[in-house]
Design a protein around this ligand. Structure first.
Ligand code: NAP
Length: 249
């Protein structure tokens, strides 16, 4: 089946590397004009923008609503006032800290980067998603379902919050023709989050528990985005469980 999204416009936050880059490239292959944001890896953002054939690459701290509003207005201007698709992919595990040792600052940082950022970006895009067809896809995680791995309780709470935000937004935005869905990936191999925060032996032990017998790929997550964005307009408030069956094992 050919997916044709020619003429649609999208923002992928954290679209410079890892899963976000894979999503941005998949959308672009379907004809979408994609703008990406990065936080600290600007060089990678420039490289990905070249692959996407766009100059729309912006440095953005998505935990700062003033920056979000400014950058989204700039992107909307470049897209003649219309943003059709928003993928709230930006996030960060930040660090593995047991709750008993967790500082207030760590807790807030994790909630801000994973949950508050999705709120800020969704709020900012609504005025530009006004054609009667819109898609918001939020990045949750298996952690938001099962409590996460060692020292990831704050991350799990933030990603569970993303699911609540998704369902609330889905109800609010349905009358505008906007669907809002979430992704809950499990172990996605060769990604910044896993490379930075999960030791290889822990990744191997996780793979051993996955019924399908292997970890996921960036393309597995991008495929779920295309499902929500292009293959159906009748699914909203749902969560794609992208984990090889581990949730049900
Ligand atoms: P990641 O390192 O978790 O992704 C981080 C992305 O978010 C990067 O593009 C980063 O930009 C951006 N970012 C970080 N802090 C930001 C901020 N304050 N404002 C704006 N952007 C910010 O990489 P990933 O592994 O590809 O994960 C992508 C998403 O999937 C995350 O939300 C993650 O929690 C979620 N997820 C990942 C997995 C997995 O197995 N990898 C599983 C479940 C869920 P810079 O690179 O420029 O700093």
């Amino acid at each position: 089946m050919e997916i044709n999204l020619k003429g649609r416009t999208a923002i992928v936050t954290g679209g410079n590397i890892g899963i976000g880059r894979g999503i941005a490239l998949a959308l672009a292959r379907c004809g979408v004009n994609v703008a990406i944001t990065c936080f600290s890896h600007e060089e990678e953002a420039n490289k990905t923008a070249r692959e996407l054939g766009t100059t729309l690459s912006f440095q953005l701290d998505a935990t700062d609503s003033t920056q979000v509003n400014r950058v989204f207005a700039q992107i909307a201007k470049a897209f003649s006032g219309q943003i059709n698709i928003l993928v709230n992919n930006a996030g960060n595990l930040v660090g593995r800290v047991p709750i008993a040792e967790m500082s207030d600052e760590h807790w807030r940082k994790v909630i801000d980067v994973n949950l508050t950022s999705a709120f800020y970006c969704s709020r900012a895009v609504i005025p530009y998603m006004n054609s009667g067809w819109g898609r918001i896809v939020n990045m949750s995680s298996l952690a938001g379902r099962d409590g996460g791995g060692a020292g990831a309780a704050a991350y799990a709470a933030s990603k569970a919050g993303v699911i609540g935000l998704t369902r609330g937004l889905a109800k609010e935005l349905a009358p505008k023709g906007i669907t809002v869905n979430a992704l809950a990936p499990g172990l996605i191999l060769d990604t910044p989050l896993q490379n930075n925060f999960t030791k290889p032996e822990v990744q191997q032990a996780t793979v051993a528990r996955i019924p399908l017998g292997h970890g996921g790929s960036v393309e597995d997550v991008a495929g779920a985005v295309l499902y929500f964005v292009a293959l159906t307009g009748f699914v909203t408030g749902e969560v794609a469980e992208i984990n090889g069956g581990v949730w049900f094992a």
